[in-house]
Design a binder for this molecule. Structure first.
Ligand code: NAD
Ligand code: UDP
Length: 355
C-alpha cells in the first residue's frame, strides 16, 4: 500500500500543509492539488525544505473534473484527504452561492472523479460548526447536526452526500473529521497559518496584534454563561490535528470500514480571555484587547468529546496549550507578513486546467 499515493486536495493551505508534512514524515507518497485561492505555492516549497523531500503538486481546481481525472491517471492513488474549500463564515453569509458551488459542487466532482478512477477512500474536513448551538457539552458525535450559516451547511450537506454514497455503494470508506478550533504552527517556525487580509479567527488576529499589524483585539461578548463570560472553544494544535488524518487513513486500511464521523478536539475548552492570557504569556507581554458586542452567529461553547476518535482511531491530542501558543508566536515573529512577501506562483508545468 505504501507505494500508492494519497491525494491531498487543498494541501497548500493551513491544515493541509501540516498534514502533508506528517504524511511525508511517515513515508507516505503524497500528491497535492490546490488552486491556491487561499494559499501560496511557497507553502509547498517550505514543506520540501522541512521534509527534504520532493512534493508532487498540481495547480488544479476541484471544479475541474477533467483535470482531476488527469491527476488520477498520472498517479496510483489509494485515498484522498479532502481539505479544499472556502472557509470564512462571515463571507459565506454574503456570497452563499460561491460557497455552495465551490464546496459542494467541487466535492461532488471530486467524488465522481474518484469513482471513475476506482478510488473509494476519503477523509473529509468537516467542522464542529455542524453542531450549531449544541445542547450537550462536551459534544458527542451522536448529537443532531444543525449548522447555522452557509459555510457550516456546506459541511453538513457534504457529510450527507458522502454518507449516502457509502450507503449506496459498499466499496466506499469515509472518515468525516469534525475539527474543533485548529491553532498553532509547525514548531520549526517555517510553516503556519497564512491568513489573507484581516483574519476572522481569534488566534491569527491575536498574533497580528502581537506583531503590531493590528492595534487591538475585539473580544466578542462577555455576557455568555461561561466562567468569565466569554465564549468557550476547544483549541486543537494543528500538528495533533494533522496526525488525526494519518490515524484516519490507518483505519481505512481495515476491511469494511464504511462511513464514520469523528470529533477531533482536545476535550478541553478555553474561554477567549484564557486564550489571550495564554498567548500573552508566550509573547512575554500583555496584548491589547477590548470587549465589544457579541458577534452574530457565535455560540456559547463548542468543546469536543473526542472519545470515539481516541478509541477507534487510536489517536489523541498530545500538545499543551503552551506549546500551541509558543509555536504560533514562533511562526508569527519569524514571518511577520506570513507568506505574503514570498513568490506565490506555481511552476507552469504544475498547472492543469480545462475550465
Ligand atoms: P485553507 O484556506 O488554509 O486551506 C484550504 C485550501 O483549499 C487552500 O489552499 C485553498 O487555496 C484551497 N481551495 C479552495 N477552493 C479550492 C478549489 N475549488 N480547488 C482547489 N483548491 C481549493 O483552510 P484550512 O484552515 O487549512 O482548512 C482546511 C479545511 O478544513 C477546509 O475545508 C475548512 O473548511 C476545514 N476546517 C477548517 C477549520 C479552521 O478553523 N481552519 C475548522 C474546521 C474545518
Ligand atoms: N473571537 C473574538 N474576537 C475575534 C475573533 C474571535 O472574540 O476577533 C472569539 C469568537 O467570538 C469565538 C472565539 O473567539 O468565541 C473563536 O472564534 P473563531 O472565529 O476563531 O472560531 P469559531 O469558533 O467562531 O469558528
Amino acid at each position: 500500500m505504501s507505494d500508492k499515493a494519497v491525494l491531498v486536495t487543498g494541501g497548500a493551505g493551513y491544515i493541509g500543509s501540516h498534514t502533508v508534512i506528517e504524511l511525508l514524515n511517515a513515508n507516505q507518497n503524497v500528491v497535492i492539488i490546490d488552486n491556491l485561492t487561499n494559499s501560496s505555492y511557497e507553502a509547498v516549497r517550505r514543506i520540501e525544505k522541512l521534509t527534504e523531500k520532493k512534493v508532487t503538486f498540481y495547480k488544479v481546481d476541484i471544479l475541474d473534473k477533467k483535470a482531476m481525472l488527469e491527476v488520477f491517471k498520472r498517479h496510483d492513488i489509494w485515498a484522498v484527504i479532502h481539505f479544499a474549500g472556502l472557509k470564512a463564515v462571515g463571507e459565506s453569509t454574503r456570497i452563499p452561492l460561491d460557497y455552495y458551488h465551490n464546496n459542494i459542487t467541487g466535492t461532488i466532482l471530486l467524488l465522481e472523479a474518484m469513482k471513475e478512477s476506482n478510488v473509494h477512500n476519503i477523509v473529509f474536513s468537516s467542522s464542529a460548526t455542524v453542531y450549531g448551538d449544541p445542547a450537550i457539552i462536551p459534544i458527542p458525535e451522536t448529537l443532531p447536526t444543525g449548522a447555522t450559516n452557509p459555510y457550516g451547511r456546506t459541511k453538513q450537506f457534504i457529510e450527507h452526500i458522502i454518507r449516502d454514497l457509502c450507503t449506496a455503494e459498499n466499496n466506499w470508506n469515509a472518515a468525516l473529521l469534525r475539527y474543533f478550533n485548529p491553532a498553532g504552527a509547525h514548531p520549526s517556525g517555517i510553516l503556519g497559518e497564512n491568513p489573507l487580509g484581516v483574519p476572522n479567527n481569534l488566534m491569527p488576529y491575536l498574533s497580528q496584534v502581537a506583531i503590531g499589524k493590528r492595534e487591538c483585539l475585539s473580544v466578542f461578548g462577555e455576557d455568555y454563561d461561561t466562567p468569565d463570560g466569554t465564549c468557550v472553544r476547544d483549541y486543537i494544535n494543528v500538528i495533533d490535528l494533522a496526525k488525526g488524518h494519518l490515524a484516519a487513513l490507518t483505519k481505512m486500511r481495515e476491511p469494511n470500514v464504511g462511513c464514520a464521523e469523528y470529533n477531533l478536539g482536545t476535550g478541553h475548552g478555553n474561554t477567549v480571555l484564557e486564550m489571550i492570557h495564554a498567548f500573552s504569556k508566550a509573547v512575554g507581554r500583555d496584548l491589547k484587547y477590548k470587549i465589544v458586542a457579541r458577534r452574530p452567529g457565535d455560540v456559547r461553547n463548542l468543546t469536543a468529546n473526542p472519545e470515539k476518535a481516541n478509541k477507534e482511531l487510536n489517536w489523541k491530542c498530545e500538545k499543551t496549550l503552551e506549546e500551541t501558543c509558543e509555536s504560533l508566536w514562533n511562526w508569527q515573529s519569524k514571518n511577520p507578513n506570513g507568506l505574503e512577501d514570498c513568490p506565490g506562483d506555481a511552476p507552469a508545468e504544475s498547472i492543469i486546467c480545462y475550465l
